[in-house]
Design a protein around this ligand. Sequence first.
Ligand code: TMP
Length: 228
Amino acid sequence: MSERERTGLFITFEGVEGCGKSTQTRLLVEHLEARGIEVVLTREPGGTALGERLREILLDVGQTGMRAETELFLYLASRAEHVAHVIVPALARGAVVISDRFGDASVAYQGGGRGLGADLVRSLNETATGGVKPDISFLLDLDAGEGLGRLDGRIQEGGEVASRDRIESETIEFHGAVRQAYLDEAARDPERFAVLDARGHIEELAREIASRVDDRLMERNRTHPGDD
Ligand code: TMP
Protein backbone atom coordinates (compact mmCIF):
# COMPACT_ATOMS: atom_id res chain seq x y z
CA MET A 1 0.00 0.00 0.00
CA SER A 2 1.52 3.32 -1.00
CA GLU A 3 1.44 6.39 1.23
CA ARG A 4 -0.96 7.96 -1.27
CA GLU A 5 -3.52 5.18 -0.79
CA ARG A 6 -2.99 5.09 2.94
CA THR A 7 -4.68 8.07 4.51
CA GLY A 8 -5.86 6.62 7.84
CA LEU A 9 -3.86 6.46 11.02
CA PHE A 10 -2.61 3.23 12.55
CA ILE A 11 -2.10 3.25 16.32
CA THR A 12 -0.95 0.36 18.49
CA PHE A 13 -0.80 -0.17 22.24
CA GLU A 14 1.87 -2.38 23.75
CA GLY A 15 3.20 -3.34 27.15
CA VAL A 16 3.58 -6.12 29.70
CA GLU A 17 0.63 -7.88 31.32
CA GLY A 18 -1.42 -5.58 33.54
CA CYS A 19 -0.02 -2.34 32.06
CA GLY A 20 -3.48 -0.85 31.46
CA LYS A 21 -3.61 -1.07 27.64
CA SER A 22 -7.25 -2.06 27.49
CA THR A 23 -8.36 0.93 29.59
CA GLN A 24 -6.28 3.35 27.53
CA THR A 25 -7.44 1.95 24.17
CA ARG A 26 -11.05 2.33 25.33
CA LEU A 27 -10.51 5.91 26.47
CA LEU A 28 -8.82 6.81 23.17
CA VAL A 29 -11.71 5.32 21.19
CA GLU A 30 -14.16 7.41 23.24
CA HIS A 31 -12.08 10.55 22.66
CA LEU A 32 -11.89 10.07 18.90
CA GLU A 33 -15.51 9.03 18.47
CA ALA A 34 -16.58 12.14 20.37
CA ARG A 35 -14.72 14.08 17.67
CA GLY A 36 -16.75 12.24 15.00
CA ILE A 37 -13.80 10.22 13.71
CA GLU A 38 -14.27 6.68 12.38
CA VAL A 39 -12.35 4.34 14.67
CA VAL A 40 -11.72 0.64 14.22
CA LEU A 41 -10.75 -0.99 17.52
CA THR A 42 -9.10 -4.35 17.11
CA ARG A 43 -6.60 -6.66 18.80
CA GLU A 44 -3.94 -9.32 18.43
CA PRO A 45 -3.97 -12.17 18.50
CA GLY A 46 -7.45 -11.89 16.99
CA GLY A 47 -9.27 -9.24 15.01
CA THR A 48 -10.64 -11.75 12.48
CA ALA A 49 -12.66 -14.96 12.89
CA LEU A 50 -9.58 -17.07 12.17
CA GLY A 51 -7.40 -14.88 14.39
CA GLU A 52 -9.81 -15.29 17.31
CA ARG A 53 -9.63 -19.08 16.91
CA LEU A 54 -5.83 -18.88 16.94
CA ARG A 55 -6.09 -16.70 20.05
CA GLU A 56 -8.01 -19.44 21.86
CA ILE A 57 -5.27 -21.96 21.06
CA LEU A 58 -2.45 -19.56 21.96
CA LEU A 59 -3.87 -18.60 25.35
CA ASP A 60 -5.19 -22.03 26.34
CA VAL A 61 -3.34 -23.26 29.45
CA GLY A 62 -4.19 -26.81 28.37
CA GLN A 63 -1.95 -26.32 25.33
CA THR A 64 1.23 -27.51 27.01
CA GLY A 65 4.64 -28.04 25.41
CA MET A 66 4.13 -25.72 22.45
CA ARG A 67 7.44 -24.96 20.74
CA ALA A 68 8.49 -21.30 20.68
CA GLU A 69 8.61 -21.41 16.88
CA THR A 70 5.09 -22.83 16.68
CA GLU A 71 3.87 -20.07 18.97
CA LEU A 72 5.56 -17.42 16.84
CA PHE A 73 4.06 -18.77 13.61
CA LEU A 74 0.56 -18.82 15.11
CA TYR A 75 0.87 -15.18 16.18
CA LEU A 76 2.19 -14.32 12.72
CA ALA A 77 -0.67 -16.21 11.06
CA SER A 78 -3.17 -14.20 13.07
CA ARG A 79 -1.32 -11.00 12.08
CA ALA A 80 -1.27 -11.81 8.36
CA GLU A 81 -5.06 -12.25 8.35
CA HIS A 82 -5.57 -9.18 10.50
CA VAL A 83 -3.51 -6.88 8.29
CA ALA A 84 -5.07 -8.05 5.04
CA HIS A 85 -8.71 -8.25 6.11
CA VAL A 86 -9.06 -5.55 8.76
CA ILE A 87 -6.20 -3.07 9.01
CA VAL A 88 -5.42 -2.30 5.37
CA PRO A 89 -9.07 -1.86 4.27
CA ALA A 90 -9.80 0.40 7.26
CA LEU A 91 -6.73 2.57 6.67
CA ALA A 92 -7.56 2.80 2.98
CA ARG A 93 -10.94 4.33 3.76
CA GLY A 94 -9.30 6.82 6.11
CA ALA A 95 -10.26 5.32 9.48
CA VAL A 96 -8.16 5.44 12.61
CA VAL A 97 -7.20 1.86 13.46
CA ILE A 98 -6.34 1.13 17.09
CA SER A 99 -4.87 -2.28 17.76
CA ASP A 100 -4.38 -3.69 21.24
CA ARG A 101 -0.97 -5.25 20.43
CA PHE A 102 0.67 -5.82 17.04
CA GLY A 103 4.08 -6.85 15.64
CA ASP A 104 6.15 -5.40 18.49
CA ALA A 105 4.44 -7.89 20.82
CA SER A 106 6.01 -10.76 18.86
CA VAL A 107 9.41 -9.07 19.03
CA ALA A 108 8.99 -8.66 22.79
CA TYR A 109 7.33 -11.98 23.74
CA GLN A 110 8.71 -14.45 21.20
CA GLY A 111 11.93 -12.56 20.38
CA GLY A 112 12.74 -11.51 23.95
CA GLY A 113 10.65 -13.71 26.26
CA ARG A 114 11.13 -16.95 24.32
CA GLY A 115 14.62 -16.01 23.18
CA LEU A 116 14.05 -16.38 19.43
CA GLY A 117 15.76 -13.03 18.88
CA ALA A 118 14.44 -9.69 17.67
CA ASP A 119 16.03 -9.88 14.20
CA LEU A 120 14.29 -13.11 13.25
CA VAL A 121 10.93 -11.88 14.50
CA ARG A 122 11.26 -8.49 12.79
CA SER A 123 12.00 -10.19 9.51
CA LEU A 124 9.05 -12.60 9.78
CA ASN A 125 6.80 -9.71 10.82
CA GLU A 126 7.72 -8.03 7.55
CA THR A 127 6.44 -11.09 5.67
CA ALA A 128 3.26 -11.33 7.75
CA THR A 129 2.38 -7.64 7.43
CA GLY A 130 3.65 -6.90 3.92
CA GLY A 131 5.51 -3.99 5.52
CA VAL A 132 2.49 -2.31 7.16
CA LYS A 133 3.71 -0.49 10.26
CA PRO A 134 1.96 1.54 12.94
CA ASP A 135 2.18 5.34 12.73
CA ILE A 136 2.27 5.58 16.52
CA SER A 137 2.97 2.85 19.09
CA PHE A 138 2.22 3.62 22.71
CA LEU A 139 4.36 1.53 25.02
CA LEU A 140 2.83 1.59 28.50
CA ASP A 141 5.95 0.76 30.42
CA LEU A 142 5.68 -1.02 33.74
CA ASP A 143 7.81 -3.28 35.92
CA ALA A 144 6.82 -6.85 34.98
CA GLY A 145 6.25 -7.90 38.61
CA GLU A 146 4.02 -4.91 39.22
CA GLY A 147 1.98 -5.74 36.12
CA LEU A 148 1.51 -9.36 37.16
CA GLY A 149 0.50 -8.14 40.64
CA ARG A 150 -2.19 -5.93 39.09
CA LEU A 151 -3.38 -8.86 36.99
CA ASP A 152 -3.61 -11.20 39.99
CA GLY A 153 -5.47 -8.49 41.89
CA ARG A 154 -8.09 -8.35 39.13
CA ILE A 155 -8.38 -12.14 39.16
CA GLN A 156 -8.93 -12.12 42.94
CA GLU A 157 -11.57 -9.42 42.59
CA GLY A 158 -13.45 -11.95 40.45
CA GLY A 159 -13.89 -9.66 37.45
CA GLU A 160 -13.80 -10.59 33.78
CA VAL A 161 -10.51 -12.51 34.09
CA ALA A 162 -10.94 -15.84 35.88
CA SER A 163 -7.31 -17.02 35.92
CA ARG A 164 -3.95 -16.42 34.22
CA ASP A 165 -3.80 -17.61 30.60
CA ARG A 166 -0.97 -19.64 29.03
CA ILE A 167 1.33 -16.65 28.41
CA GLU A 168 0.46 -14.82 31.64
CA SER A 169 1.39 -18.01 33.53
CA GLU A 170 5.02 -17.68 32.39
CA THR A 171 7.78 -16.90 34.91
CA ILE A 172 8.71 -13.43 36.15
CA GLU A 173 12.02 -13.80 34.25
CA PHE A 174 10.09 -14.32 31.02
CA HIS A 175 7.97 -11.21 31.63
CA GLY A 176 11.06 -9.21 32.64
CA ALA A 177 12.69 -10.13 29.32
CA VAL A 178 9.50 -9.06 27.52
CA ARG A 179 9.63 -5.64 29.14
CA GLN A 180 13.29 -5.20 28.25
CA ALA A 181 12.72 -6.24 24.63
CA TYR A 182 9.88 -3.70 24.37
CA LEU A 183 12.16 -0.95 25.71
CA ASP A 184 14.94 -1.97 23.29
CA GLU A 185 12.49 -1.88 20.39
CA ALA A 186 11.26 1.56 21.42
CA ALA A 187 14.85 2.85 21.63
CA ARG A 188 15.48 1.63 18.07
CA ASP A 189 12.51 3.53 16.69
CA PRO A 190 11.90 6.65 18.80
CA GLU A 191 9.99 8.33 15.96
CA ARG A 192 7.21 5.76 16.10
CA PHE A 193 7.19 4.89 19.81
CA ALA A 194 5.83 6.94 22.67
CA VAL A 195 7.01 5.34 25.91
CA LEU A 196 4.72 6.29 28.78
CA ASP A 197 5.02 5.41 32.45
CA ALA A 198 2.07 3.08 33.08
CA ARG A 199 2.09 3.98 36.79
CA GLY A 200 0.76 7.40 35.88
CA HIS A 201 -2.77 8.49 36.69
CA ILE A 202 -5.30 6.96 34.25
CA GLU A 203 -6.84 10.29 33.18
CA GLU A 204 -3.46 12.02 32.81
CA LEU A 205 -2.16 9.18 30.65
CA ALA A 206 -5.33 9.31 28.57
CA ARG A 207 -4.90 13.08 28.03
CA GLU A 208 -1.27 12.63 26.96
CA ILE A 209 -2.24 9.88 24.51
CA ALA A 210 -5.18 11.85 23.10
CA SER A 211 -3.05 14.94 22.60
CA ARG A 212 -0.35 13.03 20.70
CA VAL A 213 -2.99 11.42 18.47
CA ASP A 214 -4.75 14.76 17.87
CA ASP A 215 -1.41 16.30 16.82
CA ARG A 216 -0.82 13.47 14.38
CA LEU A 217 -4.32 13.79 12.93
CA MET A 218 -3.75 17.49 12.37
CA GLU A 219 -0.51 16.69 10.57
CA ARG A 220 -2.30 14.07 8.48
CA ASN A 221 -5.02 16.52 7.52
CA ARG A 222 -2.36 18.97 6.35
CA THR A 223 -0.83 16.24 4.16
CA HIS A 224 -4.15 14.86 2.89
CA PRO A 225 -6.60 17.77 2.96
CA GLY A 226 -10.21 16.69 2.48
CA ASP A 227 -9.73 13.14 3.76
CA ASP A 228 -12.11 13.55 6.69
P1 TMP B 1 -3.61 -9.60 25.61
O1 TMP B 1 -3.60 -10.30 26.94
O2 TMP B 1 -2.96 -8.29 25.64
O3 TMP B 1 -4.92 -9.61 24.92
O4 TMP B 1 -2.61 -10.45 24.65
C1 TMP B 1 -2.66 -11.78 24.57
C2 TMP B 1 -1.37 -12.43 25.01
O5 TMP B 1 -0.60 -12.80 23.88
C3 TMP B 1 -0.46 -11.58 25.89
O6 TMP B 1 0.01 -12.42 26.92
C4 TMP B 1 0.68 -11.23 24.99
C5 TMP B 1 0.75 -12.38 24.02
N1 TMP B 1 1.27 -12.07 22.69
C6 TMP B 1 2.45 -12.65 22.27
O7 TMP B 1 3.09 -13.41 23.02
N2 TMP B 1 2.90 -12.40 21.01
C7 TMP B 1 2.22 -11.60 20.14
O8 TMP B 1 2.65 -11.40 19.00
C8 TMP B 1 0.97 -10.99 20.59
C9 TMP B 1 0.19 -10.13 19.65
C10 TMP B 1 0.55 -11.26 21.86
